[in-house]
Design a protein around this ligand. Structure first.
Ligand code: HJL
Ligand code: ZN
Length: 166
């Protein structure tokens, strides 16, 4: 039976997973896909995947960079243009720390205040690179909901870790 609530979230998460498959394998990161969606109108605002944008970029970061280029405003000012019901779908939960030292995606989301209302994640981040990711709590403490969309964990992790040394 089709589940009214979970259905659209699964669809978006599957799209995010397809995006993740476009990311070139790299042993020191995860291959992730992400979408920013206007939940009121059901429109995709931006798509992104790991290493899509120039440099060592994450999927969520690529969504934000592309929007900032489109609107010609700095990434940190995107709250000015994001619709009231903007939500993020990402196959792996947003990062709290990065081995590279680049700005983590949790901080990118937090600095937009509550422009992103809900973060839908396909899996929690495995502990391989930075240990436990407690970013979820930081987002929730800031009033941003974090929702696990269940049922795709295995495929998401297979894509995320392709090219890793076992
Ligand atoms: C998320 C991504 C991505 C990760 N997580 N949510 N989106 N690559 O696009 C998390 C992992 C970091 C490593 C290495 N991966 O990527 O912890 O080199 O990739 O900055 O810590 O850090 P860099
Ligand atoms: Zn990140």
């Amino acid at each position: 039976m089709h589940n009214f609530d979970v259905g659209p979230h699964r669809e978006y998460m599957l799209q995010a997973l397809d995006l993740a498959r476009k990311s070139p394998p790299k042993p020191t990161n995860y291959r992730v896909g992400a979408l920013l969606v206007d939940a009121r109108t059901n429109t995709i605002l931006a798509t992104g995947y790991t290493l899509e944008c120039e440099g060592n970029t994450h999927a969520e970061q690529s969504c934000l960079i592309k929007l900032s280029e489109e609107h010609k405003i700095p990434e940190e000012n995107l709250a000015e243009v994001l619709p009231a019901e903007t939500v993020l779908y990402t196959t792996v939960e947003p990062c709290l720390k990065r081995l590279s030292g680049n700005l983590p995606c949790v901080e990118r989301i937090l600095r937009l205040k509550k422009a992103i209302k809900i973060v839908y994640v396909g899996v929690k981040e495995p502990e391989k690179f930075i240990g436990q990711n407690t970013g979820r709590k930081q987002l929730e403490d800031a009033g941003i909901k974090v929702v696990l969309v269940e049922g795709m964990e295995e495929e998401i992790l297979e894509v995320a870790t392709a090219g890793h040394v076992p």
